[in-house]
Design a protein around this ligand. Structure first.
Ligand code: BGC
Length: 778
């Protein structure tokens, strides 16, 4: 753990500069708007350690996979949303001496992320050796109101000297990824223009030919008056710059504006990119920094109106959850069905910005509850669009008849991963994708989605489960062999309970969905079944699998087993581990990890989280206690689910402890890896721990159910839920629950097991009930 940031409810504040923390800060201070992102790098040259990171959503490189022993079926490439041309660069020289925070004397420094209004600020006072002291204030944002725009305002005051300031505003396309498999560069130049204080660089990626136009315009003011610039152009391959010089007296205030436009061939024809970048620049320069900033504030206000969680009595928790919500909103906006959520968002290179099961299993509920319906819909449609590739993917592995296996890691629907040995058998991802359809439909009541898109995906996934299941003569049951469950510390196991359970559930849900579509949209139903050449014998086999699937169970303990043979392992508890041996993935050999009983992340408990209605309180508690004591939570996606389940069984203290492990995971750098980027998808898990955990939010029989409890340390908390056309704000104190319906539509809810109807713009108040687990019944 490394807590060096100041606690504040709306801001992330770094109060002094420690180069050792710089990469971590660069991750934490990242900005994004769903379409592009930027790590919290300095604008001016910094010769110290840094990870420069600029990302454009959907623009990736198929980096050739690196594996020791190539086997048939391996993915050809590992897709990466690559480090894109740098638009923030602004080098500063005073009297010929460069401003470089690594080589001057720092007299004061603050880096602040303002989450309420969506901007990054830096204030510093430094002595530049050989020049003098300057004070600077820098503000930067990436607009969520105008999503191809970014802007920087860089103000400085030379305190004790006069002379010449040289500003070099540049665009640099000669960038690389630190995680490139073969140390290659991914970009070529496709064009460049420079005129006066405006420049545009068009870059294209190797292999796939994505094009990105990065444009800039420079303006400089002295004491509030715009100065006439006669910039010297500098232009070379993959680089354009405008260098301007102005004279200053001490105490003059010099303000530099750099406006930037970032456009990609995903949204513009490649041959129009240059012209369209000019248009974006014309628009944003005319609008000017202050008005762009006002638009940004207004747009963020709207986001917070829909998604804020307010906690009183615990500022660290408040900052933690706001940071998570801020990053989730920065990462995905739902405006483009081709985009998705990388586990690190736009904050670093790890996981390559690709899509994982994380989206469906962890992130979807946040967007369902905290944004317009179309946002979550875009996430499910994304997988519908990838269905042909998922079918192709299954075909490559030997499946037939339109069976689909969605990739564990993907950018365009194709499987792509370096760690293939571990992930390729994680077929459980197919379950999460089916569950997301169920989650979307039950939350929105948009059943027509099933007829238009969902059922086709469900049938294809069910066909996969049906073929992946084999009949075991000795067991006289169906089995699923050779898989990896969510717990990646077990590979190639037989009958992973979670996976088998998910296969049963998916088959059943597909049959139910077929009935819904047949009864409501018979024509669509017939057309679809004809298109898929669906035979009645398919559902017959599905029914048999549902009835006769083997689920590993240990009679003696009365527990479902994570997989066959789990009890053969030496049974030890996490509490018996020497803390010096943690994390196991860094201290133990892979062999030792695989043969130990220790669990990386929620597996059986993950299944009980999804299917909790099928188990009574006693079974849930028994399994929770057994598996929690063996789980090391070495995936950031683990503690959150255990926290939700601890709340579910009424273990409030445990729920809170587990919640703390996720809430400030990156802010306090618990795992000593925030330098690689923030855990965006785990942030959605933290949201789950509050809303589904403490708040007890569920959907049952088409109704929104709530069973709020409050952690001891908090005075109150509130969260927001959009549900089937109504917008609810739920405020919880130790004594009462107050629900305000902030929409026109009447909301039907179930609070502590009792039904209520709250008319539009009305509120209701009820006493808090303190035994949550018993209230989940019914
Ligand atoms: C987890 C996976 C997850 C991936 C990306 C891994 O550490 O085990 O479940 O999909 O990280 O977040």
């Amino acid at each position: 753990m490394n807590r060096y940031l100041k606690i504040d409810p709306w801001r992330i504040i770094e109060e002094s500069f420690n180069p050792d923390n710089n990469r971590v800060s660069e991750s934490l201070f990242s900005l994004g708007n769903g379409r592009m992102g930027q790590r919290g790098n300095f604008e001016e040259h910094y010769s110290g350690d840094t990870l420069q990171g600029t990302y454009v959503a959907g623009v990736y490189y198929p980096d050739k996979t690196k594996v020791g022993w190539w086997k048939v079926g391996y993915p050809e490439y590992f897709a990466k949303v690559i480090n894109a041309p740098n638009w923030i660069g602004l080098d500063i020289e005073l009297n010929g001496k460069p401003l470089d925070l690594a080589s001057c004397k720092i007299l004061g420094f603050n880096r602040i992320l303002n989450m309420k209004e969506g901007y990054l600020e830096r204030n510093f006072r430094v002595e530049i050796y050989g020049a003098g002291i300057i004070e600077a204030e820098v503000r930067r944002f990436i607009s969520i109101a105008d999503t191809e725009a970014g802007a920087i305002r860089y103000s400085l005051i030379p305190v004790n000297f006069s002379g010449t300031l040289a500003v070099t505003a540049y665009l640099d396309g000669d960038v690389r990824n630190e995680d490139a498999n073969y140390n290659e560069k991914f970009w070529d130049e496709a064009g460049r223009q420079i005129k006066d204080s405006r420049a545009i660089l068009v870059s294209k990626t190797r292999k796939l030919d994505f094009q990105v136009a990065t444009g800039m315009e420079l303006k400089i003011f002295r004491n509030g008056i715009e100065t006439q610039l006669n910039p010297i152009p500098e232009s070379r391959k993959k680089y354009v710059a405008c260098k301007a010089e102005i004279q200053f007296n001490h105490d003059d205030q010099i303000t530099i504006y750099k406006y930037a436009a970032v456009l990609s061939s995903l949204n513009h024809p490649s041959d129009r990119l240059m012209d369209n970048a000019h248009q974006v620049l014309d628009r944003i320069v005319t609008r000017s920094f202050d008005r762009l900033m006002a638009d940004q504030t207004a747009a963020w206000y709207e986001k917070w109106e829909k998604s804020d969680i307010v906690i009183s009595g615990d500022d660290a928790a408040q900052q933690g959850i706001r940071f998570n919500i801020f990053q989730l909103n920065q990462t995905y906006s739902g405006e483009d069905e081709r985009l998705n959520i990388g586990p690190k968002g736009f904050t670093g290179e790890k996981y390559g910005g690709s899509t994982y099961w994380d989206t469906e299993a962890f992130c979807l509920p946040f967007y369902l509850c905290s944004a317009d319906q179309k946002v979550a819909r875009s996430l499910v449609v994304y997988r519908y669009k990838h269905l042909p590739k998922a079918i192709e993917n299954a075909k490559k592995l030997g499946f037939t008849n339109g069976a689909a296996l969605y990739p564990m890691v993907t950018m365009n629907g194709e499987e792509c991963h370096n760690e293939w040995e571990i992930t390729f058998e994680e077929i459980h991802r197919n379950g999460a994708i089916a569950y997301a359809i169920y989650n979307y439909v039950r939350h929105t009541d948009d059943k027509k989605y099933l007829a238009d898109y969902g059922l086709e995906v469900l049938i294809a996934i069910s066909r996969f489960w049906s073929q992946r299941t084999t009949w075991s003569e000795p067991k006289n049951q169906f089995v699923i062999l050779g898989v990896t469950g969510p717990n990646e510390y077990e590979n190639n196991v037989n009958n992973n309970w979670y996976t088998n359970r998910f296969a049963i559930w998916t088959l059943r849900y597909t049959i139910e969905s077929m009935d819904i579509v047949r009864d409501n949209w018979p024509e669509k139903y017939n057309v679809l079944l004809k298109k898929l050449k669906f035979r009645a014998s398919e559902t017959e086999r599905w029914e048999r699998i549902i009835q006769q699937m083997y689920l590993p169970y240990d009679e003696k303990s009365g527990l479902f087993m994570q997989q066959e043979g789990y009890m053969d392992k030496e049974q030890k508890l996490v509490s018996e581990l020497d803390p010096n041996e943690r994390p196991l993935n860094q201290k133990w050999s892979w062999d030792r990890i695989l043969r130990s009983c220790f669990i990386k992340q929620a597996d059986v408990i993950q299944g009980m989280y999804f299917f909790e209605d099928e188990f009574d309180d006693e079974i849930l508690a028994k399994h929770f206690n057994f598996y929690e004591s063996r789980t090391v939570h070495e995936s950031s996606l683990s503690a959150c689910i255990h926290s939700v389940m601890a709340s579910r069984i009424g273990e409030q203290q445990k729920a809170y402890e587990l919640y703390l492990r996720t809430a400030r995971l990156d802010l306090d750098d618990y795992n000593d890896e925030a330098d690689q980027g923030c855990h965006i998808t785990s942030m959605a898990g933290t949201w789950l721990s509050i809303v589904e955990g403490f708040g007890g939010k569920r959907i049952k029989n088409g109704k929104l159910c709530l069973n709020p409890a409050i952690p001891d340390k908090w005075r109150s908390y509130s969260f927001k839920i959009r549900f089937r056309g109504s917008s609810l704000e739920i405020n919880v104190t130790r004594d009462e629950v107050r629900i305000i319906n902030r929409s026109e539509k009447t909301a039907e809810i179930v609070l502590y097991g009792k039904e209520y109807s709250i008319k539009g713009n009305q509120e209701m108040i009820r006493d808090t009930v303190s035994e949550p687990s018993s209230l989940f019944k019914g």
